[in-house]
Design a binder for this molecule. Structure first.
Ligand SMILES: [Fe+2]
Length: 209
């Protein structure tokens, strides 16, 4: 399997697509590309000795949301990818990629193997941290609403939503990564609140470079 050709095909098919109103054009492609890196970074932390599925994991990551908008997208994605990659992969590879896509959104439904769980966690983690802030701002910007709405969301709904997502993670390391992202977002939101009022953070203790 030539991963560069797989990436190229993902770019051709997904980078111009707008999956829904609150996501920018190409989100599926760029999200897939990030998840492809993230899944390998996670794999190196969780099963460092086993790189046998790295190419399959990356190919699946690039295409995991190929059917986004045609729900259930994990089910249709698993079918579409077979057609889309049949000239670039062996039958066995297509089968493995399709299987990973099939269960990427079915978290905690049954026992999954390590590779399936790695892709599930990488996908979920990409929705938090700075990416989550970006998606949140993009949402309120397309709704033509101001920063106040965003701050209000973080102060009311965000915590429960984040905790629910956290409970779907498979590995302790993923939970640690998630918690670090959450801590960053929470401190960022605190600062948004301060600056949105025209207040100034305490700068006097900051080191001058
Ligand atoms: Fe995804």
């Amino acid at each position: 399997m030539n991963l560069d050709l797989i990436k190229q095909r993902a770019f051709e098919n997904l980078s111009k697509r707008k999956a829904h109103k609150h996501r920018e054009t190409g989100f599926i492609y760029y999200h897939g590309a990030r998840v492809a890196n993230l899944v390998i970074n996670l794999r190196k932390l969780i099963i460092p000795e086993d790189d046998t599925m790295d190419e399959i994991l990356q190919a699946a990551a690039y295409f995991h949301d190929v059917a986004k908008g045609i729900e259930p997208h994990h089910k249709y994605g698993a079918i579409i990818v077979r057609e889309m990659l049949k000239d670039l992969c062996t039958e066995k590879e297509v089968e493995q990629i399709s299987q990973l896509i099939q269960c990427h959104a079915l978290r905690k439904k049954r026992k999954y193997n390590n590779y399936e769980m790695l892709l599930q966690d990488a996908d979920l983690l990409d929705h938090f941290g700075t990416i989550e802030l970006w998606m949140n701002f993009y949402y309120y910007a397309t709704e033509n609403q101001n920063m106040e709405f965003s701050i209000d969301f973080y102060n009311t709904e965000f915590k429960a939503l984040a905790m629910k997502n956290r409970s779907f993670l498979n590995f302790e390391i993923s939970e640690q990564i998630f918690d670090e992202k959450l801590e960053f977002v929470n401190s960022f939101v605190k600062r948004m609140e301060i600056e949105n009022k025209g207040d100034i953070v305490d700068f006097s203790k900051k080191e001058v470079r």
